[in-house]
Design a protein around this ligand. Structure first.
Ligand SMILES: O=c1ccn([C@@H]2O[C@H](COP(=O)(O)O)[C@@H](O)[C@H]2O)c(=O)[nH]1
Length: 307
């Protein structure tokens, strides 16, 4: 699905936020872990199946509140092939519930390898005479710092499947400025990457005016975000860093255009682990996650009006 489809979902729910699905076993409520370990043992499989149960519960609780989810591949990879299988199931389940799925994979490699990643995450893998969708996400995050040729296979996959992507432009982490805020000729490096993103997407603008290449812009650097919004009129922003990393609703308002369009704000731990803050045993983790997602939506709506 393209950014048009994402923007429609955001408008329908009046909620420009995405719930991150980054589950570590220690963040899963004890009753889920216990049941899974009883069936599969304290094994990678036991942990992976607990993640699957947890994710289904989160998706069920959140699917009428948020327009999108963002599973981060690292949390699935660390459980081996069983974890990746759970990521595949999670993507399919979220799509069945009409959620837009951003696979946070942050890949980037030479063109031939990038093509293989694009087949896996957005397109199809050819086996003999037939082609098979694999992870089948709506959108991926990519690291474009190896150059635009490493992104082009993903751009083609997006065009073929009406999908979209986000390139890391100005990231939310404390060290992001070490490279991204260096001066490169007449521009800062993150602006060079922002301009590259716009060039890769040019000509694919949809009815809301956004092309298929979006930008990751951290909530933790609001003044850089403001400059990027002014510079990249047609670029959709994915904004991580709200909540657990300290970004606020006031900070993220700069990611949106005058119609309140063009950005989606992520929160992972603050929604997923909300049950740990209640002082209860986690059996009501769905209610806790939902309440955190509603609170985030209402917080951002104080600063952003979506037309
Ligand atoms: O600049 C970036 C790019 C990606 N992320 C990812 O977003 C979430 C943030 O999780 P929280 O728990 O809400 O802090 C996580 O998946 C990161 O890998 C980012 O934080 N910053």
């Amino acid at each position: 699905m393209s950014f048009d489809a994402l923007q429609e979902k955001i408008r329908a729910k009046k909620n420009p936020t995405v719930a991150g699905l980054d589950p570590k076993p220690e963040q899963i409520p004890p009753h889920i872990l216990k049941a899974s370990y009883e069936t599969y043992g304290e094994t990678l499989q036991g942990a992976a199946e607990a993640v699957w149960t947890f994710n289904q519960g989160l998706i069920d609780a959140l699917c009428d509140v948020v327009p999108a989810v963002k599973p981060q591949a690292a949390y699935y990879e660390r459980l081996g092939w069983r974890g990746l299988e759970v990521m595949e199931r999670t993507i399919a389940y979220a799509r069945e519930k009409d959620l837009f799925v951003i696979a946070d994979i942050k890949r980037g490699d030479i063109g031939s390898t990038a093509q293989a990643y694009a087949d896996a995450w957005l397109g199809e893998t050819r086996v003999g005479e037939a082609s098979h969708p694999v992870f089948n996400a709506d959108c991926v995050t990519l690291n474009g710092y190896m150059g635009s040729d490493t992104i082009e296979p993903f751009v083609e996959a997006c065009k073929a499947g009406d999908k979209c992507l986000f390139l890391l432009v100005k990231t939310s982490n404390p060290g992001s400025g070490e490279l991204q805020n260096m001066v490169a000729g007449d521009r800062l490096v993150y602006k060079v990457m922002g301009d590259m993103t716009a060039k890769l997407g040019k000509g694919t603008e949809g009815r809301y005016g956004f092309h298929l290449a979006g930008a990751v812009v951290g909530a933790t650097y609001p003044s850089d975000m403001r400059e990027l919004r002014r510079r990249l009129e047609h670029t959709f922003f994915l904004v991580p860093g709200y909540g657990a990393q300290g970004g606020t609703a006031e900070d993220v308002q700069y990611a949106f255009n005058k119609y309140g369009h063009g950005a989606i704000v992520n929160a992972s731990r603050s929604i997923m682990c909300a049950w740990q803050k209640t002082g209860r045993d986690g059996t009501d983790y769905q209610e806790a996650a939902r309440a955190a997602a509603v609170a985030m939506r209402d917080d951002i709506r104080k600063y952003v009006t979506i037309v």
